[in-house]
Design a protein around this ligand. Structure first.
Ligand SMILES: [Zn+2]
Length: 476
């Protein structure tokens, strides 16, 4: 399945921008679970993390097979049978790892998913080497530290820990580390679903896409991603006969396009809250100032209070949760300085709420354009995915473990405006939950950007949280 390189934001970015509410100031991490002296499981996780960060898995020069094989070797050394550790892919440098710890088969398997590929990183754009694992001032630095190699390292370290401890789950635990989540033509999840579905068949999936939020130095919520917006792009082409620029005529492709773009800029799609977003606002309200809290409660009730929605929508992150959005992201036009333009074009990128459709959005844009001579075409067809059900066993476990590790932290389902590979799995009928237990300051989002990093404490707490979560889900 094709995905457009570089255009898909990963969820991990998206979640962190969702609540840019009242938080300001630097983070002041609490002491938390991670004490300083690492045990052997933590040392292993950090070592795997280092190894993954230092293997280039970018689209341009990287190779996910190298990373997949490195992790496969670790599993084989830990005693996994060769038939339970597979590296396979559509093309040689886009390998995926699929590994299995056998359970007693009383329940369907769980799939633990992370992607191996990372967004491009130029050394010259960073203050540190993006492909050198660096621990400094309480952070691990490197491309992929936040998205998504921490989770990849943790899945492998925890699987080895289970094996070593002789843990006997009631279901198979499958780990898949995959290629081309960030873009490219060889998406590992889509390929595995299409070609080796038996290897990853599961009752449900744990994936990236959810995370913990640190606001004002305090851990506030641990979000479980259950749905995501649809990514869809259109191009608008305005054509004109053109002519000599010394003889202007009223009908000018650039002016016409400009007018159309102003119409789109002024338009707001209707507020439409999914069930997940209603619960999110209800859960978040107590953490907010009185005014924002009452607006959050007002929009979470039916019918939604339009004035409250309008006030919340002033925050771009909340606006993205309240409605479908479309925005101009590209512009071109004209062919010569001294000629009337024959063509003016714009790219419009839309993020469509689950439950709405690309056709609905295209129809709304066509109405705003209101000119049959102007072409509106899809340049990237959105793939919709239905929200995953709020499975009690997952939410109860996440609640219980979060309460033990981070007393007072709120657990909430979340719809994210970005995209993950969860959409392929949800569309294949396998519910998918973005859950990591790794906390990030909401004002310090660096995934896809320069000097990507994760708090050392967040990494090890995430490791412990995910170990307990997978254990609970495979022993009940
Ligand atoms: Zn990611």
């Amino acid at each position: 399945m094709k995905r457009q390189t570089g255009l898909l934001f990963t969820a991990i970015v998206a979640v962190s921008v969702i609540v840019v509410l009242i938080a300001t100031g630097p983070e002041k991490p609490d002491k938390g679970l991670f004490p300083g002296d690492l045990d052997e499981n933590q040392l292993l996780a950090r070592d795997l993390f280092r190894q993954l960060i230092e293997i280039d898995t970018t689209h341009s020069t990287g190779d996910t097979s190298v990373a997949a094989n490195a992790m496969a070797d670790r599993l084989l050394s830990a005693g996994f049978a060769a038939e339970d550790v597979r590296v396979l892919g559509e093309i040689p440098n886009r390998g995926n790892l699929v590994a299995r710890l056998h359970g007693d088969g009383s329940r369907e398997p769980i799939l633990l998913l992370a992607h191996l590929d990372v967004v491009e990183a130029e050394k010259t754009d960073w203050s540190v080497d993006p492909f050198e694992f660096l621990e400094r001032d309480g952070y691990f630095y490197g491309r992929g530290t936040a998205d998504d190699k921490a989770q990849a390292a943790i899945w492998i370290a925890n699987l080895i820990r289970m094996k070593k401890d002789g843990y006997a789950p009631n279901r198979d635990i499958i780990v898949a580390l995959t290629a081309d989540e960030e873009g490219g033509d060889n998406n590992g999840v889509a390929w595995l679903l299409g070609n080796h579905r038996d290897l990853i068949e599961a009752e449900y999936v744990l994936n990236e896409g959810g995370r913990g939020a640190i606001i004002d130095g305090k851990k506030v919520f641990n979000a479980v991603q259950v749905s995501e917006k649809i990514y869809q792009s259109f191009r608008i082409d305005v054509r004109n006969r053109g002519g000599h620029s010394s003889l202007p005529v009223p009908e000018n492709a650039i002016y016409t396009l400009a007018q159309v773009l102003l119409n789109i800029a002024a338009y707001e799609f209707p507020v439409n809250l999914s069930e997940d977003t209603k619960i999110f606002f209800e859960k978040m309200a107590p953490t907010q100032t009185t005014a924002i809290a009452s607006d959050m409660l007002a929009v979470s009730r039916s019918p939604t209070d339009p004035d409250a929605a309008a006030r919340l929508a002033k925050n771009p992150a909340l606006n993205a949760m309240l409605r479908t959005t479309c925005v101009a992201t590209g512009l071109s036009g004209g062919h010569a300085e001294n000629a009337l333009p024959q063509l003016a074009s714009a790219v419009i990128n839309c993020r469509i709420l689950p439950g709405e459709s690309s056709e609905m959005v295209q129809a709304a844009l066509a109405e705003l354009i209101a000119n049959e001579k102007i072409q509106l075409t899809s340049i990237w067809d959105g793939v919709a995915s239905n929200p995953s059900p709020l499975l009690p066993e997952i939410f109860e476990s996440v609640e219980n473990i979060s309460a033990r590790i981070w007393p007072g932290v709120i657990v909430t389902p979340i719809m994210i405006p970005g995209a993950t590979d969860g959409l392929y799995l949800r569309n294949a009928g396998i519910p998918t939950y973005g859950v990591t237990g790794m906390f990030f300051d909401i004002n310090d989002t660096r995934a896809h950007g320069m000097d990507e990093r994760i708090l050392v404490q967040s990494f090890f707490e995430g490791q412990e949280f995910l170990y307990q979560l997978v254990s609970e889900l495979s022993s009940e």
